[in-house]
Design a protein around this ligand. Sequence first.
Ligand code: SAM
Length: 226
Amino acid sequence: MAKIYIVPTPIGNLDDITLRAINVLKDVDLILCEDTRRSKKLLVHYEIETPLRSHHKFNEHQEVDIIIEKIKSGTKVALISDAGTPGISDPGYLIVRTCIQNNIEIDCLPGPTAFVPALINSGIPSDKFIFEGFLPLKKGRKTRLEILSREERTMVFYESPHKILKTLNDFLIHFGSNRKVSISRELTKIYEETIRGTIHSVLESLTEKSIKGEIVVIVEGYKLSK
Ligand code: SAM
């Protein structure tokens, strides 16, 4: 049966890749990736010679039918993203859905994704959580925050360094100052750091220094007794 492989790649430390991921990437005929220059570095590191084809949020709608035809005609294809697991705040959903509609099997390998280590590092309950990814920038942001203000499960957000202060300020307004929060930045990289506290204390400590790198924010859920 025709198949596509969804292959997670490292979120920083190049050692974080599974043996199966390397073998699949060597074995397929074509690797779809977001940024060919970035993925080339990973391929060179692991001596993978498979050709790359660009597949990102700006061309995935035009590309998806071409890819489906390639898979149907016997080309072995894998999808990767710039970092972590495709489909997690990255392209993946569209091609997976279209493959399923075309009776193409999905083989999603387990592997790196930023939110799992951030959630576990946080010390905030990990038994029930919701993944919110990036908050909307403008339209729908306030409504989303209002809905989340009564969310009882731990919440997981992705954020960029230049928006983190605004996001924490919005959390302060909508969730209150005493909720626990944990900020994990540069996971698996040299300057990896996790800052834990209340929304108020973390916001105070961050305004004193400039924050750099990629960030995952974990926020404690709403508690009725508070
Ligand atoms: N597909 C990826 C995954 O599985 O986690 C997520 C891709 S999304 C475009 C990029 C965001 O993921 C960053 O803005 C940041 O919020 C988070 N992220 C990725 N790598 C990270 C790292 N090493 N440390 C902290 N956050 C990271």
